[in-house]
Design a protein around this ligand. Structure first.
Ligand code: NAG
Ligand code: NAG
Ligand code: NAG
Ligand code: NAG
Ligand code: NAG
Ligand code: NAG
Ligand code: NAG
Ligand code: NAG
Ligand code: NAG
Ligand code: NAG
Ligand code: NAG
Ligand code: NAG
Length: 681
């Protein structure tokens, strides 16, 4: 039987109960009434923890057999187990757990017992018997490469194919999907493959290979095929493809009409105005209701049946299955991941430490924070260094002067350049408060700036060309002349559609002619931890705190794919929760810019510290998202030497950005760094 929801009273005479597998919610509040219940088997591989929290142990229970999809689920379940003290006749506790060793499960249970200071959990451990369900594997299919469809890939040297995958590696009955693959052949004598993921989550590997394949061939010395793919949830070729929750963009806009989902949050400074805080709070209940409803829509919508299968653990298993097929089942797996691709990377190297070949993780998402904290509350900490990048921008602008950077007219210092920008934000804010439909709100300008922070090579053009247009647009708005501004502003006004390659921020909702994509939410939220008690007020409080103590410029950006996570209807069938300090078969490179607007340097340092001898940290003294954002002969040489010879620097190493790389006319990275004082940006 396939139930979606089971709420019931268990008749007192029932002594044996076998539940599941159940793909929905199961509540156990009535088990205490089942005074004769002796044996309970529950298969809850598809359940989320809201349901487990209702588990109450019957006092007469003798054998309890529970099936979990991962060890962290075991831990949560036992954390919430009630009436343990009363289960005095329990004789056998059988845990069936996928993919974890008995030792790991036991140590998690011990940790739970000691964290709850609940010694009565400990006797349970002695009753534990353990079965591990072997992971579903299939014979590696051969991959036949052919020409790519030129509408998705323009590089004529690229080859394309498809690769069949199980939707759920633990349950063959879930069915299959397929990945759309692309590769560039090695240019030298081939040593194997290097797999690449560009991040997002939700970035297209096909597009990234098309755009960056030659760079990657260069970094890897031409010795490897460069292989990428549209991961689960991405694009129209992979199945499951892009996640949609609405039939059309119009339906989406009507659903969110009048909410901050469409307008963003208008605020000034650090939410210093109490009235603005109140205005935001007044949106809490409507936003929460909308997100709950959104979750239902997503689940019943066109992508609903795939929501459980698009998570990172499945994508890691896809990577390894692909490597098995292309390079052989026991060969080292080489991988380059940028941005969110580093989360896949840290899961990969710890899920398959013995398979680690040459791996570079660049622009790091902290897997420990992601695995232990609610992303809806902590996710905005990606902005930890964003205002420092902004400081780099205004400092460089001031150094260039008004000729090299028009924003510096009337401004002789970074502080004064910032004042010009803040007054533009204030004017746009005032206009948007009067008329929420103005084409350029302060939220739009903040998003513009954030997207610029990713890529310092665009700063001069932004200051010369885009910024003056923003100024002009806002001036028209404040003159009550907004009707003069085209309603559908030029594409420079990034509203919901980020430029190609800018998809790796959760702070945009991707939309195009095919609709509003929820891929990013499906992946972040499906893999995130469960805290069903989180409310929208908590989320708003986090935003206000963050705009005060993390990032004045970006802390209040909305929408973001992460804020609906407390209300997301499912969790992935498998989530890896660590440990992240395994000893790896090969040493890997962890790289980061010193000032990265989306993946703070501290994340790279934390991951490198965790991996200890298994990783080498490479710091690039510069700005932008990932070290690829700025040229560094030094960083390139380290990566190239590593990929071609396996040699690494003796210890953590710092590289400069090339001195000839100008961010503004006559201004290079080291000039900006030398003039940054960290003064209140
Ligand atoms: C190429 O892709 C386009 C758009 O997705 C599609 O219409 C076309 O049929 C594809 N061509 C081939 C040869 O697959
Ligand atoms: C790529 O390499 C394969 C195997 O080495 C070869 O058969 C194929 O012709 C190459 N294709 C291109 C486009 O270079
Ligand atoms: C969306 O499309 C589906 C299938 O075409 C249809 O059943 C459903 O009613 C549509 N929903 C809305 C809100 O239009
Ligand atoms: C949004 O609501 C307003 C009135 O509240 C209405 O005039 C407008 O047409 C609605 N827009 C959409 C896209 O539904
Ligand atoms: C510089 O000052 C002039 C005159 O006060 C003003 O018109 C102009 O907008 C200012 N420029 C900037 C970038 O603030
Ligand atoms: C911006 O304008 C300055 C002054 O005209 C010029 O030197 C610089 O090259 C321009 N930047 C770009 C990227 O065009
Ligand atoms: C609107 O803008 C136009 C051109 O910029 C200007 O001539 C006109 O006076 C403005 N109207 C108002 C009401 O400010
Ligand atoms: C714009 O219009 C509002 C009323 O809609 C008025 O209060 C305000 O003074 C006007 N601003 C300017 C600069 O004309
Ligand atoms: C900064 O804000 C975060 C919430 O994002 C909070 O946890 C932290 O305690 C705050 N720090 C300070 C110093 O206020
Ligand atoms: C907000 O910013 C102002 C000025 O920038 C500062 O004086 C004040 O302490 C800040 N408030 C908080 C709560 O951080
Ligand atoms: C790995 O981290 C865990 C805590 O998460 C710690 O107990 C264990 O000792 C660490 N192992 C190594 C090899 O450092
Ligand atoms: C980079 O900037 C510094 C400081 O202004 C200057 O000394 C150096 O010559 C510049 N390097 C190049 C290659 O322009």
């Amino acid at each position: 039987m396939h139930w979606d929801r089971l709420i019931g009273v268990i008749p007192p005479l029932v002594s044996t109960l076998w539940l599941g597998p159940v793909h929905g919610q199961v509540y156990y509040p009535y088990l205490p009434c089942a005074s004769n219940l002796r044996n309970l088997t529950s298969l809850d591989t598809c359940m989320i923890d809201t349901e487990i929290s209702h588990l109450v142990l019957s006092p007469s229970i003798r054998t309890l057999r529970r099936v979990y999809s991962s060890a962290d689920r075991v831990m949560l379940a036992f954390d919430q187990l009630e009436c343990v003290e009363r289960a005095t006749v329990l004789e056998r506790l059988d845990i069936v757990c996928f993919g974890e060793t008995e030792k790991e499960v036991k140590s998690m249970l011990e940790e739970t017992a000691s964290r709850r200071s609940n010694p009565s959990l400990l006797p349970l451990l002695s009753l534990l018997t353990f079965s591990q369900v072997s992971i579903f594997t299939r014979a590696s299919p051969t991959i036949n490469w052919g020409p790519c469809n030129s509408s998705s890939i323009t590089n004529p040297a690229a080859l394309c194919s498809f690769f069949e995958i199980p939707l759920d590696y633990h349950n063959p009955e879930a069915g299959t999907g397929r990945l759309a693959l692309a590769k560039l052949n090695a240019t030298q004598e081939r040593r194997g493959s290097v797999f690449f993921n560009p991040g997002g989550p939700g970035g297209s590997g096909l597009e990234a290979l098309d755009a960056n394949g030659e760079t990657l061939l260069d970094v890897t010395g031409g010795l490897y095929d460069i292989v990428s793919w549209d991961p689960r949830g991405v694009g129209s070729l992979t199945i499951p493809g892009e996640i949609f929750c609405f039939n059309s963009t119009e339906e989406h806009d009507a659903f969110f009409n009048g909410t901050i989902e469409l307008t963003g949050i208008e605020y000034t400074g650090n939410f210093s105005d109490a009235a603005e805080v109140e205005t935001l709070y007044s949106q809490a209940s409507i936003t929460q209701q909308k997100y709950k409803k959104l979750g239902e829509k997503c689940l019943s919508g066109p992508s609903g049946k795939y929501l459980r299968y698009v998570g990172a653990a499945a994508t890691v298993r896809d990577l390894v299955a692909l490597a098995d097929a292309l390079d052989g089942p026991h060969q080292p797996v080489n991988y380059i991941g940028t941005s969110y691709g580093t989360l896949l990377g840290s899961w990969f190297v710890n899920m398959f430490p013995e398979r680690v070949g040459k791996v570079i993780l660049d622009g790091v998402v902290d897997p420990v924070i992601f695995g232990t904290k609610q992303i809806s509350l902590s996710g905005g900490n990606i902005f930890t260094d964003s205002d420092r990048v902004y400081e780099g921008f205004v400092t460089g602008c001031a150094l260039a002067g008004s000729h090299g950077c028009p924003i510096a007219s009337n401004a002789s210092s970074a502080v004064e350049v910032d004042k010009n920008i803040q007054s533009l934000l204030q004017a746009a804010h005032d206009a948007a408060r009067k008329d929420p439909s103005v084409p350029v709100s302060s939220t739009d300008i903040r998003s513009q700036f954030l997207s610029q922070m990713y890529s310092p090579s665009g700063w001069s053009t932004f200051a010369n060309a885009t910024y003056p247009q923003l100024v002009q647009a806002v001036a028209q708005e404040t003159r009550n002349n907004s009707s003069l501004v085209p309603r559908d502003p030029a594409p420079i006004f990034v509203k919901k559609v980020p430029a190609l390659g800018r998809r790796d921020t959760p702070f945009v909702r991707r939309a195009d002619e095919s609709g509003v994509s929820y891929t990013s939410s499906a992946i972040w939220c499906g893999d995130s931890i469960d805290r069903p008690s989180t409310t929208m007020l908590d989320v708003f409080d986090g935003i206000i705190a963050r705009s005060r103590n993390v990032s004045r410029m970006y802390g209040g950006l909305w929408p973001a794919a992460i804020y609906e996570c407390p209300f997301w209807p499912v969790r992935s069938v498998e989530r890896y929760r660590g440990p992240f300090n395994k000893t790896l078969a090969n040493k890997i490179i962890i790289a980061s810019n010193l000032f990265d607007p989306a993946t703070p340097f501290a994340n790279a340092q934390n991951l490198a510290d965790l991996l200890g001898q298994s990783a080498t940290l490479v710091t690039q003294n510069g700005f932008g998202h990932t070290t690829f954002a700025a040229p560094s002969t030094c960083a390139n040489a380290i990566a190239n030497t590593y990929m071609t010879t396996g040699k690494l620097p003796d210890g953590p190493t710092t590289c400069d950005v090339d001195a000839g790389f100008e961010l503004f006319e006559g201004v290079n990275t080291s000039a900006i760094l030398a003039n940054m004082h960290g003064s209140g940006f």
